[in-house]
Design a protein around this ligand. Structure first.
Ligand code: NAD
Length: 307
């Protein structure tokens, strides 16, 4: 798969996963904007060195890359770098990230805000700035970087997990809004050895979980041959899987008294239907709210008719 003629903006590409994405896009012919603020993993400080090192590495191998040192909060500046340097933008990988891990009660307003600024606001600002160019050229590939923490929750990561699942919601809506402009958006939830993971895992596991096991999916999803959009993929250590929402078939809990016409629905009714509400033996899988409409209509009818 080749990316010649394509321009890829990778946020937080000075270290870890983003660095590997940037190197691999460049190896396969893309012109790359290597964005990195160059701070520490808690969001403090700034340095041009990480982005410069990756740009130098790409150029030394004959690739095309420019550095950008702005925080993703200033998304329009990152996109301006792409347009000024390469004249277009095709691919955005919203990868920049930090951690402020603390048990829930100890999370300060600042710990909450900075996580949401970097992950959620950053992805919003960068992608919103790229969107008009993608719409105009009727082509765009966007990746939101979520996390297993967001999907499942994780002790000490209330701020991070909230932001990371928020990115899945953002991705799902962009996939829908982007469809008619040929803009695709997918979310990934990786696990890979980096300075972020080094805080919670022993070094031999970090060494085994190479970012090179994550990058092939990012490149595939953002290649022009890939039609996937609105997906969420969990991946680590060479394994890739797609996630989806599953509903139980559920229970119709409300009861209509056919003589009086009154509808009753009490907490006791919920309790008495609990086994059926939580029974996944006959599941449903939805990818849009519209798919819920027939069910909604039949429930409204049942409320009216009592049947
Ligand atoms: P990393 O710390 O190695 O890299 C993150 C990079 O983002 C750093 O170079 C940092 O300077 C940069 N950055 C931070 N704030 C920035 C900002 N405001 N603007 C621009 N750049 C900024 O971490 P990583 O493990 O490679 O993480 C990459 C992404 O993957 C993050 O979004 C992270 O949350 C996500 N993620 C990682 C794992 C994992 O197992 N490593 C798991 C789930 C999700």
């Amino acid at each position: 798969m080749n990316f010649s003629g394509r321009v890829a903006l990778i946020t937080g590409a000075g270290n870890g996963l983003g660095r590997v994405y940037a190197l691999q896009f460049a190896e396969r012919g893309a012109a790359v904007v290597v964005n990195d603020l160059g701070g520490d993993m808690k969001g403090g400080g700034a340095s041009s060195r990480p982005a410069d090192q990756v740009v130098n590495e790409i150029r030394s191998k004959g690739g095309r890359a420019v550095a950008n040192y702005d925080s993703v909060e200033f998304g329009e500046r990152l996109v301006a770098t792409a347009i000024k340097s390469f004249g277009r933008i095709d691919i955005v990988v919203n990868n920049a990230g930090i951690l402020r891990d603390k048990s829930f009660a100890r999370i300060s307003d600042e710990d909450w805000d900075i996580i949401h600024k970097v992950h959620m606001l950053g992805a919003f600002k960068v992608t919103r700035a790229a969107w008009p160019y993608m719409k105009e050229q009727k082509y765009g590939k966007v990746i939101m970087v979520s996390s297993p923490s967001g999907i499942y929750g994780n002790f000490g990561q209330a701020n991070y997990s909230a932001a990371k699942l928020g990115l899945v919601g953002l991705s799902n809506t962009l996939a829908k809004e982007g469809a008619k402009y040929n803009i695709h958006c997918n979310a990934i939830a990786p696990t890979a050895g980096s300075r972020l993971l080094a805080t919670v895992m022993p070094q031999d596991m970090i060494d085994a979980l190479k970012p090179e096991y994550i990058s092939p999916l990012v490149l595939y999803l953002t290649h022009e041959s890939c039609e996937e959009t609105g997906g969420l993929f969990e991946l680590a250590a060479g394994w890739i899987s797609k996630n989806r929402w599953q509903n139980s078939a559920g229970a119709f809990v409300a009861k209509k008294n056919l003589e009086t016409g009154e509808v009753h629905m009490t907490p006791e009714d919920v309790r008495d239907s609990w086994d059926q509400i939580t029974d996944f033996s006959n599941p449903e899988y939805r990818t849009s709210q519209a798919e819920f409409q027939p069910k909604l209509m039949s429930c409204i009818e049942a409320l009216q008719t009592g049947k």
